[in-house]
Design a protein around this ligand. Structure first.
Ligand code: PLP
Length: 222
């Protein structure tokens, strides 16, 4: 099936309140355009250089989500270029994004990435860290950054119960923050979880933004 067919089929299956971020990392621009021409506007990239290059070549109304580990020495380059940075995985990175956003005179939207999966990635806040961050109201120090929600991945396994458990932990963290209705966190409403292999379970567990690569574009050519 073509990219356009894949994406249309996916849209038919996914509830309307759930955003689909088309993960285009390692994919050539002609495939991204094929998705774009079906009306797709949300795309996800995971490497700074590749992202900036593609952004230059592609239509300017694409909303780019950065979803890969962001090294501190590359922060400056992507400030002002993203719609959302989904993969903010430490307080240090968050503070740097805020500092650079302030310097550049822009507001940067971010999600905080939480580490729940076994060994899937070493990046992300631990659940206790994230609770502490909000309970101490540390977000109030941010001047040019809006925390818009939570991102996470489930363990890479065939065990559906384990996957569900991981997503359920992410949802409970998301809701525990959201339900506090903190002043200054009015835009906290994205729960980004679910990829090609597990998005159905993610949506059952409350995801409202899924990140889909291979089911749309086919296998990646690394
Ligand atoms: C690559 C990637 C995805 C998409 O993975 P697929 O299995 O191809 O859908 C989603 N989220 C993150 C963080 C990724 O790095």
């Amino acid at each position: 099936m073509s990219v356009a067919e894949n994406i249309k089929k996916l849209r038919d299956l996914v509830p309307k309140n759930v955003d689909i971020v088309a993960v285009s990392k390692f994919q050539p621009t002609y495939k991204i355009l094929e998705a774009y021409n079906t009306g797709q506007r949300l795309f996800g990239e995971s490497r700074v250089q590749e992202f900036l290059q593609k952004k230059k070549e592609l239509p300017s109304d694409i909303q780019w989500h950065f979803i890969g580990h962001l090294q501190t020495n590359k922060v400056k380059q992507i400030i002002g270029e993203t719609s959302v940075i989904e993969s903010v995985d430490s307080e240090k990175l968050l503070e740097l994004i805020d500092k650079e956003s302030q310097k550049a005179g822009v507001i940067t939207k971010v999600l905080l990435q939480i580490h729940v999966a076994n060994e899937e990635t070493k990046f992300g806040f631990y659940p206790e860290e994230i609770k502490d961050y909000f309970q101490k109201h540390k977000f109030e120090n941010l001047k040019s950054t809006k925390i818009c929600g939570i991102m996470g991945m489930a363990t890479n396994t065939d065990n559906k119960e384990k996957i569900r458990e991981d997503f359920s932990i992410l949802r409970s963290i998301y809701l525990s923050v959201k339900n506090e209705r903190y002043i200054g966190l009015n835009d906290f409403n994205i729960l980004s979880m679910g990829m090609s292999g597990d998005w159905e379970i993610a949506i059952e567990e409350g995801s409202n933004s899924i990140r889909i690569g291979s089911s749309i574009f086919g296998e990646r050519a690394y």
